[in-house]
Design a protein around this ligand. Structure first.
Ligand SMILES: Cc1cc2nc3c(=O)[nH]c(=O)nc-3n(C[C@H](O)[C@H](O)[C@H](O)COP(=O)(O)OP(=O)(O)OC[C@H]3O[C@@H](n4cnc5c(N)ncnc54)[C@H](O)[C@@H]3O)c2cc1C
Length: 400
């Protein structure tokens, strides 16, 4: 495997990051040490295994790096400042470790919030301590073979059978799908209705009739166990309903901005790591008797990319700050998701070019970053859907 070039966890950005306190800086240092000692050296093996190890999840939990917002009463740390969560994703993605880089935020920032906000006390007591410790990994199952962008069109049904729901159907492209044991699953409790027919259930992998497909062979993110889920006459107790019946779509719409902001954070962080790595590479690589970093066009390219990344980071930090204060609009979250993931793909594409042929060789960090980046524009609401959400209010109150 390519030696990681440059100092991936530092940044050439020089606009001071004012969103962090001393506590954040200390937490960041601890996470940096963890990423360098326990994540980077193991990632290549996890790519071969098609998933990160269970030991990784347990170690993350042991160090307090999983869902820090889980209340102390349920075995967590009760740290509700989202900036701590954002630091965890930032460092995993800067280091180019896309397996945990996307799996951890799905667990901590997407799945756990549904359980904290909508699960009944029995579910919280049983599952949250294990999700804080890493004994149980979480996944969110919304997409189906026939419905991704159009979530209201899902077909998995949950029939009311008195004290349980009978669930039939399937889900696809589920991040952490294979290693997970706890799932937030979107189902139709009223198949005739569109959004008002959707409910959320907490399901566990041990339920009879619940099965998983093998992890997909994906273009990138090889350490991510993305897979299908199948439900064949699964009896799900009524107490596993999250919130109220028929409110699932609303809950998803309420929680999606956090999903978008964290995917945006992963995107800009991956772009920062790729740029640092590329600067390290061009300082060493020689052509025509000198390092290629001495060529003016190449220096200008780095000037352009670093400017774009700096602009992205400033925007992203402001969004994180607003989100931590509960003041980020849905539109800004969609803008961040679209802009940061587009930026990520653009910057990494240029970084591949700066590596020449080596940029296309899998052993190289930048080649993997290139493959890993592509899905970012597709999931968490595709970038086309983001533009739709951004554009709606612009035209709503105008005559032309
Ligand atoms: C690696 C990976 C991980 C994923 N993880 C998860 C997960 O953990 N949980 C989960 O539930 N899902 C997950 N997904 C699924 C993902 O959210 C969907 O793939 C995504 O929402 C797009 O849905 P689709 O694939 O059905 O594409 P489609 O909805 O069929 O879209 C196809 C194309 O049409 C465009 N399009 C659709 N509607 C519109 C419109 N109204 N206007 C303009 N363009 C439109 C889309 O942008 C896209 O370009 C994951 C996907 C991938 C690739």
């Amino acid at each position: 495997m390519d030696v990681l070039k440059g100092d991936l966890l530092k940044s050439i950005n020089d606009i001071p990051r004012t969103i962090f306190s001393e506590d954040h800086v200390l937490f960041r240092q601890a996470m940096e040490d963890f990423v360098l000692s326990e994540v980077v050296p193991n990632h290549e093996q996890w790519e071969k295994n098609k998933m990160v190890s269970k030991e990784f999840w347990l170690s993350m939990g042991n160090n307090g790096f999983l869902a820090p917002q889980i209340p102390q009463a349920y075995g967590g740390m009760g740290i509700t400042d989202f900036r701590f969560n954002a630091i965890i994703s930032e460092l995993l993605n800067r280091a180019g470790c896309s397996g945990p880089g996307i799996g951890v935020p799905v667990h901590s920032d997407i799945v756990v919030p549904y359980i904290i906000d909508y699960a009944n006390e029995n579910i919280k007591k049983k599952w949250l301590p294990k999700m804080a410790s890493g004994e149980v990994v979480g996944a969110i199952a919304m997409s189906e073979p026939g419905a991704g962008s159009d979530l209201q069109g899902i077909k998995t049904t949950a029939e009311d059978k008195g004290d349980y729901y009978l669930v039939n159907g399937s889900k696809t492209f589920i991040t952490n799908g294979f290693i997970a044991e706890g799932y937030v699953v979107a189902v139709k409790t009223d198949p005739k209705a569109r959004s008002r027919g959707i409910s959320l259930l907490f399901m566990d992998a041990g339920m009879k009739g619940f099965s998983k497909g093998k992890p997909f062979q994906k273009v990138g993110m090889h350490a991510q166990d993305t897979c299908e889920l199948f439900f064949d006459q699964v009896k799900v107790p009524k107490m596993n309903l999250l919130g109220k019946e028929g409110e699932g779509f609303k809950y998803m719409m309420d929680n999606l901005p956090q999903e978008r902001i964290i995917v945006a954070q992963c995107g800009i962080s991956a772009a920062e790591g790729a740029l640092e790595s590329t600067i390290g590479y061009i300082k060493e690589r020689e052509a025509f008797g000198k390092p290629i970093s001495h060529m003016q066009t190449i220096r200008h390219k780095i000037a352009e990319l670093s400017t774009e990344v700096q602009m992205g980071r400033v925007f992203m930090d402001r969004c994180l700050e607003l989100h931590a204060e509960g003041a980020l609009s849905n539109i800004a979250a969609s803008q961040a998701k679209y802009a940061m993931t587009d930026l990520q793909c653009r910057v990494i594409d240029e970084c591949v070019q700066l590596h020449g042929g080596y940029g296309y060789i899998w052993e190289y960090y930048i080649a993997r970053a290139y493959a890993d980046a592509r899905a970012q524009r597709i999931y968490a609401g595709s970038n086309e859907i983001m533009k739709e959400l951004i554009s709606r209010p612009i035209w709503k109150n105008r005559k032309q």
